[in-house]
Design a protein around this ligand. Structure first.
Ligand code: GAL
Length: 705
């Protein structure tokens, strides 16, 4: 993959102003400096909230902070939309109010994460410099009055963004109550303005060198797409050559990286060595490659919302595991809802107890902080109906008590660990099972679903749902992540499987790893072109089988094997063994004339490990049996067996081997859980080998080996 800063530095000087040519590079996975890593490990588990002091008279701040302290809130995120208060006129920086807000928080033992306010440019900026406004794909320029209305490539915007970031860093970079920084807020919409078009063309020129090379790799003879020069290439995110579409996403990724680096590089020289930098990301948002973005950040942080109020515990668990995989480290939940949001078709609340259950599920999956959005609604503004902790009169709403209970529990856990000179952030997640998540594959499938029912996220989730109850801890990582510590690796719908990735996967397998690919894997090369070997492309030889044909299904097809029988729906591939030692695990029955009697899943020993290929989307029950048999063969077993249905257990481990088991009751009835050893529930102090969990109740159970 191209290195973002190199293309910017080498090609953009002539195209864009110098503010786009950035010094520091994102070539390597970024590990926080030792000072930042130590600072993160020192923090106890933190409960927090988004607080907007600029929206309230200073005379109110103390009352708010007192109520926060009473809810055991120890961190606030501040400032991420306050540009017009920090710089009311061009070059006129006003940080006195923020100094006082941070000092007031400190008096209440509340630390601060500062947001750079670049998601909400002030009106003076967008009016005087309209070239900073984003242009939508339909060519319409955004206007002031909402947020995120900036162009991510605009050199003018980058100049102002670097300046406010630098001024903030100079002012607050050594404030001992500021522990870290959030760049911008939920990076999302790309721009299609002239600066973005020029940057895309420069990016392509750097990637391909010559237009002839691009024409060859994109196969532009198709529909007379052949280009004479890079400037002829259209700038679109849909309806184009699949190679162009994939490169547009990669360009957007690199542009968001350089957008963040523009601010980070302006700030770093002024920051205390312990202050860390993150940004907050969104769920399964596929606008850019999150693995790549996180190579320049110290910490992963995301915003966990359940818009309709109906928590799907496995889906939410998966999302936490996804975020933990961005840096393969613990993470933060930078925002979550106090009961409900305001942007779903029906903004129903989480049932009683589930706001607390969600916070602990985050912690169970590796979160070291959970912050509610937001503390109190602004008197006006677009989000008046969103869930908050205080009402319009400034007194607590009912869910405040549940959050307060969560905070009290977190303080209890922190004190119990502190007695052992530990903090929760020293406890990591170790998994025997990994899933490979690929943005290239997600994008490539979304461009050409072939059946509207094939959804990458759904395909991925259906495999996760079968793995999680057995493995209990699951890592979700990029296909290029180190794999040697995993007993088994699942790669659902790894559609883009470039030749350069195959040796990494084969090395894992030859050394004893078990690789499981599912339908649509290995079809595309790095340019989103068809792999000539047929699926699974560069792994077809090792698998000793290939996909003879793929079919979108409008009705289910029967599938059966030693493990049982069931149905395949949505997608089915007719597999064809090509080696004598390839074993058939599942075979299609009747339902689609092309498939009848052909293999639906095959496996083959390769070196000390194996490759398995499942060519269809199995019903949940058969998927469970299929996955269970593979996990069993790979010697993966539950950490704790015999959990009641709806009870989840995960494990976090300290460097000295001490284990915490997070036991979560996702049901609305009490549940009794028997554990294999006696231990202590750190929240109640009870010592026993069994737990009685209330509806939506949780336990943090400690035992030492
Ligand atoms: C997030 C955003 C917050 C707030 C919240 C409401 O996406 O970062 O600023 O708008 O949604 O749910």
């Amino acid at each position: 993959m191209i290195e973002p800063t190199r293309w910017l530095a080498s090609t953009c000087a002539a195209v864009l102003a110098c503010s786009l040519a950035l010094p520091a590079a994102a070539q390597q996975a970024h590990h926080p400096t030792p000072a930042v890593a130590a600072a993160l490990r020192k923090e106890p588990l933190l409960l927090g909230t988004a607080w907007y002091p600029e929206q309230w008279p200073e005379s109110r701040w103390d009352a708010d902070l007192t109520l926060m302290e009473q809810a055991h809130i120890h961190v606030v995120r501040v400032g991420e939309f306050a540009w017009s208060t920090m710089e009311p006129h061009e070059g006129d920086f006003q940080f006195g109010w923020l100094d006082r807000a941070i000092a007031a928080a400190a008096r209440h033992h509340i630390q601060v994460v500062l947001g750079t306010p670049t998601a909400a440019p002030p009106a003076w900026l967008t009016s005087k410099y309209p070239d900073t406004l984003r242009v939508n794909e339909d060519g319409r320029r955004e206007e002031h009055g909402n947020r995120q209305q900036f162009s991510f490539t605009s050199p003018t915007y980058r100049r102002f963004a670097a300046q406010i970031a630098a001024e903030m860093a100079k002012h607050f970079g050594h404030n001992p109550n500021v522990i870290g920084w959030q760049i911008d807020n939920e990076l999302a919409a790309p721009s299609f303005d002239p600066s973005a078009q020029a940057a895309f063309h420069a990016w392509l020129a750097h990637r391909y060198g010559t237009i002839a090379n691009l024409n060859r790799r994109w196969a532009t003879a198709y529909w007379s797409q052949t280009y004479d020069n890079f400037n002829e290439i259209p700038v679109h995110s849909k309806g184009e050559n699949p190679a162009l579409l994939l490169d547009w996403k990669r360009f957007v990724t690199d542009t968001w990286i350089s957008y963040c680096e523009n601010q980070i590089d302006a700030m770093r020289p002024y920051l205390a060595p312990t202050q860390w930098i993150t940004t907050n990301t969104m769920h399964w948002f596929s606008g850019f490659d999150h693995y790549k973005l996180h190579t320049i950040l110290d910490l992963a942080a995301w915003d966990d919302y359940v818009p309709d109020g109906h928590l799907d515990p496995a889906f939410n668990a998966l999302e936490h595991d996804l975020v933990r995989g961005y840096k393969r480290e613990n993470f933060w939940v930078m925002e979550t809802q106090p009961a409900f949001v305001n942007w779903a078709p029906v903004n129903s609340p989480l049932p009683r107890g589930v706001t607390r259950e969600m916070a602990w599920q985050a912690v169970a999956h590796g979160a070291d902080a959970v912050l509610y959005w937001q503390w109190r609604s602004a008197p006006n503004g677009q989000e008046q109906y969103h869930g908050t902790l205080l009402g319009a009169d400034g007194t607590p709403v009912p869910v405040y008590a549940e959050v307060q209970q969560t905070g009290a529990d977190m303080d209890t856990l922190n004190s119990a660990l502190a007695k052992q000179h530990l903090t929760l952030s020293q406890f990591d997640t170790h998994s025997a099972v990994a899933m490979l998540q690929s943005y290239d594959s997600h994008w490539a499938i979304d461009f050409q679903r072939h059946t509207k029912k094939f959804d990458y996220v759904q395909a991925f989730t259906s495999v996760y749902r079968a793995i999680e109850p057995i493995a209990q801890n699951v890592d979700i990582v990029s296909p290029r992540a180190p794999l040697s510590t995993y007993k088994i690796v699942f790669a659902p719908a790894l559609n883009v499987l470039p030749d350069s990735l195959a040796p990494h996967l084969l090395e894992y397998v030859r050394n004893g790893g078990h690789l499981v690919l599912t339908a649509r894997s290995g079809m595309k090369n790095v340019d989103n072109g068809l792999q000539p070997e047929r699926q699974p492309g560069p792994l077809a030889d090792a698998l000793g089988a290939r996909v003879a044909q793929f079919y979108a299904l409008d009705a289910p097809v029967e599938v059966s094997g030693k493990i049982g029988s069931g149905k395949a729906s949505i997608w089915a591939e007719q597999l064809q063994p090509t080696a004598p030692d390839t074993h058939v695990l599942l075979t299609y029955g009747t339902g689609n004339g092309w498939l009848t009697g052909h293999p639906a899943a095959v496996t083959r020993t390769v070196g000390k490990g194996s490759i398995t290929y499942l060519g269809c989307d199995l019903d949940a029950a058969l998927m469970k049996r299929f996955v269970a048999s593979l996990l069993d063969e790979a010697d993966v077993h539950p950490i704790v067996t015999g959990l009641p249905e709806g009870v989840e257990l995960t494990q976090r481990t300290a460097p000295d081997g001490e284990q915490l088991w997070f036991v979560l009751n996702h049901t609305s009835t009490s549940q009794k859980v028997s554990l294999p050893h006696a231990g202590e529930d750190l929240l109640t102090g009870e010592h026993s080998a069994s737990l009685q969990l209330k509806p939506h109740g949780i336990a943090v159970w400690e035992w030492k080996q």
